[in-house]
Design a protein around this ligand. Sequence first.
Ligand code: ZN
Length: 254
Amino acid sequence: MKLLAVPAGHVTSKMPEMEGTAPNPVMAFVIQTAGETVLFDTGMHPHVREDAVGYWGGIARRHLVPVLPDDADVVSRLEAAGIAPKDVTLVLNSHLHNDHAGMNRYFPDSRVLVRQREWDHAITVMDDNSSGFVRNDFYDDSALPEFFDYESECDLLGNGVLTLVSTPGHTPGHQCLKITFPSGAQHILSGDAVYNAGQLDTGEPPAITWDRDVAVESVKRLAGLRDTGASVHVCHDPGEWHGVEKIQTVYEEK
Ligand SMILES: [Zn+2]
């Protein structure tokens, strides 16, 4: 069983948490376990290379400026590591923002599982070009994803290996993924519940929130899981992913 990190370009930003820092990595992750190849987040749509403002709207001017080299989109990264889109059995997102769900529609043969409350929110704002939700990233009238929902936690495969942890606040349906290896070792993928690892200590929520108070509770929840011994991988933290330029193994157990 393996957890792989998939570096998929960067964003730069004038947001307080990100300004003056190194570019913030955009990350996806693959978990290989018992016949499943699960992709958590799908990075940015390749259109951002030619016309980021046209595709993402005004937020791409200053707020969230994408950098996506030719070989760095999620599908190219996976293919370079010998993983074709059809090999991915399950696609999930921490949330549906444009740097996390950009290539959801590139996996037509996979089960794409979308949390209902995130979808309900995203589709109401996806045509507002400052919302961070881009219709073309995840919405296809003729091929809707599979919807599901839960309150606090969801045991995805029914065997305790992959647990979605509800961490709303950044968006209404934001979720982290907790991965439990055979030894009991746990790794958690943060999505945007925090933007850097330091926020787990300060309790500071992301600057962009749908509901700040709810986001603060989610940071506490994530910090609590870390305090019980889980390794938390913060998707946009430049420190954690510095120098990671192709798919690499984060953790593995036989
Ligand atoms: Zn986000």
